[in-house]
Design a protein around this ligand. Structure first.
Ligand SMILES: NCCC[C@H](NC(=O)CCC(=O)O)C(=O)O
Ligand SMILES: NC(=O)OP(=O)(O)O
Length: 324
């Protein structure tokens, strides 16, 4: 694996999941792999899980870790090329990323979309500039359009908890007070569309994801119908792709309630977190025995560790081909 920015970087998702589940049983089996290697974690936005789980994953592989809140701790970075830098941005990504590449062997980047200019966000400029100028493998820690470490985690969790070979997985939109990115649902759909699951996306009209992400998933516009017979309910709010970045609905019928969960096949409840209680999901659901949100977040470590291991192995093959 060279980089990890989308499902396209995962040569075989089932193999990755199996590797992650093995790693969960033997967390320190590869402690030697990352010796004398440094992981850089760059955050343009807040994080709890991604920051701590990726740090822990790198440490489990024996790597050193450096974390930086870009903009807050460092200089504001200019991403566009050819601009006259007479504004508030003191440093260009071409130098900043290249310098970070001098210190780090793998670099993780979190950079959310602005949700104002769809074309700009979906061009993934920040991620592309880091890939261009760092000269080292780049791992997406949630970019403008995707959150692949989350989706790998989700597939690991579904694999662990499924009780039938091909479970019915429902991604349901839920209300929120803020306009949120489409990253988590985009990525989740991208992964579920190639996983061995029966996949439905449920949302109010106007919340259709970009067709490149929704793919062949079944689409349901009824807040209850999609829940029928579901084995996994995956809740997430996102803002409109079509009417870009806008909140079109706050209909409480889309909140995940006990009543709706009763329509399912005793479904497990999942969410990437952080989650707004009693807006996205009722207390009674997230506090129930069927809620696996904490276990799901725990699996972030094994998803990150599997990806970092794959990248380290690829690096070693290039640096020390005689070992292989
Ligand atoms: N990394 C997981 C989710 C991150 C982000 N959520 C948020 O910004 C929630 C913020 C709030 O609830 O105020 C999102 O939806 O993409
Ligand atoms: N799920 C997730 O990415 O959480 P953080 O935003 O806290 O990293």
């Amino acid at each position: 694996m060279q980089h990890f920015t989308s499902v396209k970087d995962a040569y075989n998702i089932d193999k990755l999941v199996n590797e992650a589940l093995l790693m969960k049983k033997m967390p320190y089996a590869d402690k030697h792999l990352g010796k004398n290697k440094t992981m850089g974690l760059l955050f343009f936005n807040s994080s709890l899980r991604t920051r701590l789980s990726t740090q822990k994953a790198a440490q489990n592989l024996g790597m050193d870790v450096m974390v930086m809140n870009v903009g807050a701790d460092s200089w504001q970075l200019e991403m566009n090329e050819g601009v006259i830098m007479n504004g508030d941005k003191a440093e260009h990504v071409s130098e900043a990323a290249a310098v970070i590449g001098q210190y780090c062997d793998i670099v993780g980047v979190r950079s959310f979309p602005g949700l104002v200019d769809r074309e700009y966000d979906y061009s993934e400029l920040v991620l592309k500039q880091f890939m261009k100028f760092t000269g080292k493998p780049i791992v997406s820690l949630e970019s403008a359009t995707r959150h692949p470490l989350q989706s790998l985690t989700d597939l690991i969790t579904i694999t662990e908890y499924k009780t039938v070979e091909r479970p019915k997985v429902v991604l349901t939109w839920a209300p929120h007070v803020k306009a949120l990115p489409q990253c988590v649902p985009n990525s989740f759909a991208e992964w579920m569309n190639i996983a061995n699951v029966d996949f439905t996306i449920a949302h109010p009209k106007g919340y259709e994801l970009a067709p490149e992400f929704s793919g062949n998933a079944k689409i349901c516009y009824d807040p209850k119908e999609a829940f029928e017979g579901a084995d996994f309910i995956y809740a997430k709010n996102w803002s409109s792709y079509e009417d870009y970045g806008k909140i079109l609905s706050s209909d409480p019928a889309w909140t995940v309630s006990e009543e709706k969960m009763k329509l399912t096949n005793n479904a497990k409840f999942m969410h990437c977190l952080p989650v707004r209680r009693n807006v996205v999901v009722d207390d009674a659901v997230i506090d129930s025995a069927n809620s696996i949100v904490v276990q799901q977040a725990g699996n972030r470590v094994w998803a990150a560790q599997t990806v970092l291991k794959e990248i380290l192995l690829t690096q070693m093959r290039v640096e020390s081909p005689y070992l292989f």
